[in-house]
Ligand binder design. Structure first.
Ligand code: TEU
Ligand code: CA
Length: 537
């Protein structure tokens, strides 16, 4: 496939509010991100993805935007952002921003105007429906509420929201609205940003048939509706094609065949995507399923579109806790999982703290959690008469707050994140698990990420090479090959707590990276090895 800078890039995701607080108000800020740019560079990343920092009442941590053109106070000022961007560019880092255009905050002036009266000029920027039989138009749920319809008592109509009540969906059928969004995208691109991560971008087009669905909990009806590709092609034509930028779409509910429609290079929509067949659909590690997903996506996109690899982000429990071993084998396991995301086909994404193997949390009470998805679901289930403790326990593992605890920099109070009171509690394991400790040790998770990234950078084979799964049926051992122009990498991973025999032939191959010290052929628990061989001269 055509070589481009972003296909070769490693992205580092910064959830800024939990990254570094420089003024003691308990929130991370853009100035904190700026101060840590050299750290991100040292790790070896090429692109920084910043979660939303626009003005927002913060009901969903910035994903409810009230002003697309201003920086929220907690994050800092536009000057802070410009300085961050300049300094990032000066040291060779690119910066991409979160584009949240499926919905706004209910405090956005557009919505306030739309709500004011039925014939307000901006009424049509949102989606309204009359009551049906005196109630909601249908049985559809939303991500964060029991119904995707909320009654506006003033007009007597319902408005549509795929997420919280405070996040009304925009009506992409409205041409003027689309132009407003394109104008806003140009504003940031003209400032010099290098692209967008596009929040739930395949939800923009809404389902036209409003009949009840059989299972309202399967939210797939909210996504991939007719019209979506026309919107994305228009966005590409009007905005994206005029800039040297990258786009990664957040695209839940797609198979490889559907995913290809978004990233097929000849269709001129998006560059790459996050599909959720792992993050949303594989709650705990499932080797055979994981392997099948990787094979399917490789075959589905091969030669036509580019994939992305991630095992966690700000919405999903830390990967070493969810998919690996965060106890006895934490260090090896964190390195093994990194090996996966950096050697499977597609762009690797690192979520802040992953590079030191940060773990999930278990707080004692629902009051310690702030995740609106978790809190709303808890309230709903308890109101339905379920046992509060049982509900709490069932929501804990997947709570989005697992990955939102502050970054653990040092063993000082509050993990060196803030001198004040952090907006979210620090994970108590920061005393041992922190950046400072990892930087001191040669065999730390951080040092391994550095080596892995350097290895990928020095070998196009790991980026553009073919992919072949050598052990599709093995439940514990993972082995696959990447090959290109006479160089072959064989990646072998023992994804289990037991030692395992190496069941493939690597005679004559040389180990170029290994996550534990081991000279035996037999693999140790959570051992990862990367073998290399020149197959042609
Ligand atoms: O998330 C979309 C989303 O809800 C799923 O893709 C995600 O896997 C789910 O939360 C898992 O439970 C995006 C943002 O990443 C998220 O933080 C926002 O809350 C949401 O959109 C609404 O903007
Ligand atoms: Ca701050």
């Amino acid at each position: 496939m055509k070589r481009t800078w972003w296909k070769e890039a490693v992205v580092y995701q910064v959830y800024w509010r939990s990254f570094l607080d420089t003024n003691g108000d308990g929130y991370g800020d853009l100035e904190g991100v700026r101060q840590k740019l050299p750290y991100i560079k040292e790790l070896g990343a090429d692109v920084v993805w910043l979660n939303p920092f626009y003005v927002s009442p913060d009901r969903d941590n910035g994903y409810d935007i009230a002003d697309y053109y201003q920086v929220m106070d907690e994050a800092g000022t536009m000057k802070d952002f410009e300085r961050l961007l300049d300094e990032a560019h000066a040291i060779g880092l690119k910066v991409i921003l979160d584009l949240v255009v499926n919905h706004t905050s209910d405090e956005h002036p557009w919505f306030l105007e739309a709500k004011a009266s039925k014939d307000a000029p901006k009424r049509d920027y949102y989606i309204w429906h009359d009551p049906v039989d005196g109630g909601v138009p249908n049985n559809w749920r939303s991500y964060f509420a029991p119904s995707c319809w909320e009654l506006d008592s003033q007009s007597g109509q319902y408005y549509y929201h795929s997420f919280a009540v405070e996040q009304p969906d925009l009506n992409w059928e409205n041409e003027e609205l689309r132009q407003e969004i394109y104008r806003m995208m140009r504003f940031w691109l003209d400032k010099g940003i290098d692209g967008f991560r596009m929040d739930v971008i395949n939800l923009l087009a809404k389902r036209k048939d409003l009949s009840d669905v059989a299972n309202p909990y399967d939210l797939s009806y909210l996504a991939n509706n007719p019209g979506i590709h026309e919107y994305l092609q228009e966005m590409h034509e009007e905005v994206l094609q005029h800039y040297d930028c990258m786009t990664v779409g957040e695209i839940p509910f797609v198979t490889p065949a559907e995913g290809l429609l978004y990233v097929d290079e000849s269709r001129r929509e998006l560059d790459t995507l996050f599909h959720f067949q792992i993050a949303d659909e594989m709650p705990t590690w499932d080797m055979l399923r994981f392997k099948a997903i990787q094979r399917d996506w490789y075959e589905g996109l091969n030669g036509r579109g580019w994939n992305s690899q991630f095992l966690n982000n700000h919405d999903h429990t830390r990967q070493v806790t969810r998919y690996g071993n965060d106890g006895e084998h934490r260090v090896a396991s964190a390195k093994l999982l990194a090996t996966l995301t950096h050697t499977l086909p597609g762009m690797p994404y690192i979520y802040q703290g992953e590079e030191i193997g940060m773990t999930g949390v278990t707080f004692d009470s629902i009051d310690d959690y702030q995740d609106i998805a978790m809190r709303n679901r808890y309230a709903e289930e308890v109101a339905n008469g379920r046992d509060p403790e049982e509900v709490f326990a069932s929501l804990q593992l997947l709570s989005r707050d697992n990955s939102r605890t502050p970054m653990q920099w040092t063993d000082e109070p509050q993990a060196g994140f803030t001198t004040g009171v952090p907006w979210m509690r620090v994970n108590p394991n920061y005393y041992e698990l922190n950046v400072a400790t990892d930087l001191e040790r040669e065999d730390s998770v951080f040092r391994y990420y550095q080596q892995l990234i350097q290895l990928r950078k020095s070998h196009e084979t790991l980026i553009y090479g073919t992919f072949e799964d050598l052990l599709p049926e093995d439940e514990f051992l993972h082995a696959y090959v990447r090959e290109l122009d006479g160089t072959r990498f064989t990646i072998v991973l023992n994804h289990s707590d037991e030692p395992r025999d190496l069941s493939i032939d690597v005679e004559g191959d040389k180990i170029v990276l290994q996550n534990v010290k081991n000279d035996e052929a037999r693999l140790l628990p959570h051992e990862a090895r990367i073998y290399m061989k020149k197959t042609a001269i």
